[in-house]
Design a protein around this ligand. Structure first.
Ligand code: AKG
Length: 213
């Protein structure tokens, strides 16, 4: 879906946070090395235009509900999603700009750009994603990078070594960027656990290279 918002509209956004300048700040993430050659970078509050992007994506993305087989039952997947490939028109003019900025930063490490945008909407604390690695495609056997931009309510992004070990819990808040790299998708798992806290909606945008999902 194409929406009638240009990048200039976003940059000119009245008194909003983006009005002070660029929609995102300089990217200077703090890295935590993990075991087995995995690492995670965190850039809190990197996206300044988080309010505008959250509202626009919530309204304009044709969110999809999925169902999946679980033992003898078919159950609702507890979140809404929408995936945008590199040849599709993305639902907000800022998303390609954001993707390009992250790609430029990680190009020396990754050697290729991030080109897809996976969107998830967690409607409340009952929505979640279970422990998994993004291992569909090349990430099953190659190091890669998955960058996650968070919008809306703060949730925990948990990470644990695959096969067991101590988990770490990162706060993923409005405008925060968390980047998993190295062997992270093969040797670690991540999850957004359910919470009983009265949280509002939270959205994530995952930027990945071609052939990684
Ligand atoms: O929403 C998030 O922050 C994580 C999403 C995720 O891990 C996935 O969709 O593979």
């Amino acid at each position: 879906m194409v929406v009638g918002v240009t990048l200039q509209d976003v940059l000119d956004f009245g008194d909003g946070p983006a009005a002070a300048g660029a929609p995102f700040g300089p990217l200077a993430p703090v890295r935590t090395p993990l075991s087995y050659g995995a690492w995670v970078d965190v850039a809190p509050g990197w996206l300044r235009a988080a309010d505008e992007l959250f509202e626009a994506l919530r309204a304009d993305v044709p969110w999809q509900a999925e169902r999946r087989q679980m033992y003898d039952n078919v159950v609702d997947v507890p979140r809404l999603t929408r995936f945008y490939g590199e040849s599709e028109v993305w639902p907000h003019v800022l998303l390609p700009e954001i993707c390009r900025a992250i790609s430029d930063h990680y190009l020396p490490t990754l050697g290729e750009p991030l080109v897809t945008a996976g969107l998830c909407l967690y409607r409340d604390g009952a929505d979640s994603v279970a422990w998994h690695g993004d291992r569909i495609g090349r990430s099953r056997f190659q190091d890669t990078i998955v960058a996650i931009l968070s919008l809306g309510s703060t949730r925990t992004l948990a990470l644990r070594p695959r096969g067991g070990g101590t988990s770490i819990r990162l706060t993923s808040g409005h405008g925060d960027l968390i980047v998993m790299g190295g062997s992270c998708q093969r040797t670690w798992e991540h999850a957004i656990p359910k919470t009983r806290e009265p949280v509002g909606p939270r959205m994530s945008v995952q930027f990945r290279p071609a052939g990684v999902r």
